[in-house]
Design a protein around this ligand. Sequence first.
Ligand SMILES: C[S@@+](CC[C@H](N)C(=O)[O-])C[C@H]1O[C@@H](n2cnc3c(N)ncnc32)[C@H](O)[C@@H]1O
Length: 230
Amino acid sequence: MKNPDIKSMFDTIAGGYDFQNRFLSLWIDMWWRKRMVNSLEQNNAGLILDMATGTAEIAMKIAQRRPRTKVFGGDFSPNMLRIGMRKVQKRGLANRIKMFIADARRLPFREAQFDAVTIAFGIRNIKEREKTLKEFYTVLKPGGQIIIMEFGFPRAPLVGRLYQFYFNRILPRVGDTISRTGYAYTYLADSVHAFPKEKVFVKMMEEAGFRGVRIRKLTLGIAVLFTAEK
Ligand SMILES: C[S@@+](CC[C@H](N)C(=O)[O-])C[C@H]1O[C@@H](n2cnc3c(N)ncnc32)[C@H](O)[C@@H]1O
C-alpha cells in the first residue's frame, strides 16, 4: 500500500504510536528528540509552533526544558492529538502547550507570530512540501528559527547495508504486525526512500526563503536535523 490516507493512518495507529516508536528505534528516538530541542537557539521565552506534533513528544520536551516558552502543537489527526493532550494534562503542562487541529499546508496563523517552528518526522508525510515550508516561513518572525527532523540513511558501507536490511526487511514486517495495520511501516519505509536527498531538500528550504540552512546527522545519519533562519 504505497499511498495510504495519511490522516486515517495516524488516527488508526495513534494508540500504539509511542510504544512502537520506542521499541522499533530501541529507545534512540528519545535522544534524537532531545537533540532537536537542544538545537533551539532562541532565548527561553517566546512562542514556538510544533507542527505535526502527534502525541506531543516534542512539544512537551520544549515546554519542560524552557520554562518560559509557550508551545502551539498542531496536527491534523484528532486521535494523535487526543493522546497528546492527555499526556500534556497529566504532566501539568496544559497552561503552556496549546494543542490544536490544523493542516500544515494551511496554517491558521497570521504572519510573523512564532519565534521558532519545529516539525519532527512530519514533513516526509506531506507531499506539498514547498507549500508547507512557505507556510512555516510566513508564520515565523524575522530571525526566527526552523528545525526539521527526518529519517535518513547511514552512508558508511557496512553499517549502511545492515541498516538498509533492518529498515527495508525487518522494520516493515514487525511494524506492520505490531501496529495491526498491515501497512503503516511499509509506508514508513517507502516514504523515507521517497523523501528528497538532503541537498535537494536544503534547496527547497532556501527556495521557501530560509537562509543559513545546516544539516546535522544523528546516529550516523539515521535521523537528520535541518536548521535554518527566516
Ligand atoms: C510520524 S508522526 C510524528 C509525530 C511527532 N512529531 C513525533 O515526533 O512523534 C507524523 C505526524 O504528522 C501528522 N501529519 C501528517 N501530515 C500532516 C499535515 N498535512 N498537517 C498536519 N499534521 C500532519 C500526522 O497526523 C502525525 O501525527
